[in-house]
Ligand binder design. Structure first.
Ligand code: SAH
Length: 274
């Protein structure tokens, strides 16, 4: 008996074995790995072949869990039945781990926000998701797809778009194209500015992405802050260093790199100190 695909759980089972192998091969790690949403185990079978991996799995669907336990008896103490978004990762992993999965597309952004909360433990992520979301995450500044998740993830991860997967590689086929991406934790230890303020600025700027920063960040800026001239030496490494600090506010958020958002956060902290 196969698992009956449930739409509400984002179940589209990958049926192309070559693609499954390529996804597992894209994971360049040893040690602890968490697979999110194994379904019927199309990736799991190849992950289990790698002796250097210490695999754990989380699957929300009881029918998939029964199927997996029946077909792979080595999964008994590794497979958790539950919701990844509610999983207490610190109870399961006491040191660094990596993440792999063909993510349920309806919650892929939430999965990434959770990974960001554990960015110092998660060394690498290889995942399949909806192509648009994959592009959004992987694209550099200046492109249309660039957004909140791109900035927040690119601050901490080097991100590669690996390949596109067409709907007919799945059963049932999804309505959208899919893509596989890889995220590798970069060397950044901290931002050098207040991280909460950084996130707040990024979110507020992109929530009104058609507006210039002067307008989207209005509630955070006072007139004094806009008029006063800020020290440009803070802009080192920023593509805006050639601009007057004031000009940053005439831009739209998609023009700003991670470094620019850090610079912007620094400007805000300075004026808050005054
Ligand atoms: N890896 C399988 C299945 C992908 S479909 C394959 O490639 O064929 C997405 C899987 O994620 C489904 O098995 C679904 O039941 C599971 N899932 C959905 N929401 C989940 C959640 N919140 N936590 C854990 N697993 C979830």
């Amino acid at each position: 008996m196969e698992v009956r695909a449930k739409k509400a759980l984002g179940q589209h089972f990958l049926i192309d074995q070559k693609i499954a192998q390529d996804i597992v091969e894209a994971l360049q790690v040893e040690g602890q790995v968490l697979e999110i949403g194994p379904g019927m185990g199309v990736l799991t079978q190849y992950l289990l072949q790698r002796d250097s991996l210490d695999l754990k799995l989380i699957e929300i669907d009881s029918e998939s869990v029964s199927y997996l336990l029946k077909h792979y008896d080595t999964l008994k103490n590794r497979l958790i039945q539950g919701d990844f978004l509610k999983l207490k990762l610190e109870d399961i992993f006491h040191s660094n781990f990596s993440v792999i999965g063909n993510f349920p597309y309806n919650i892929s952004s939430q999965i990434f926000f959770k990974i960001l909360e554990h960015k110092d433990a998660v060394g690498q992520v290889v995942c399949m998701l909806q192509k648009e979301v994959a592009e959004r995450i992987a694209e550099p500044a200046g492109t249309k797809a660039y957004g909140i998740l791109s900035v927040l993830l690119q601050a901490w991860y080097d991100i590669e778009y690996l390949f596109t997967v067409s709907p007919n590689s799945f059963s049932p086929p999804p309505k959208v194209q899919s893509a596989v991406i890889r995220l590798k934790r970069n060397a950044r230890k901290d931002l050098g500015v207040d991280e909460k303020l950084f996130k707040q600025i990024v979110k507020q700027a992109f929530n009104q992405r058609r507006k210039t920063l002067r307008n989207s960040l209005k509630s955070m800026i006072n007139d004094y802050a806009i008029r006063s001239s800020w020290p440009l030496d803070r802009a080192e490494g920023s593509m805006l260093s050639e601009f007057c600090a004031k000009e940053i506010f005439s831009l739209r958020p998609e023009k700003l790199s991670v470094e620019d958002f850090i610079y912007l956060t620094d400007l805000f902290s300075l004026t808050n100190e005054k």
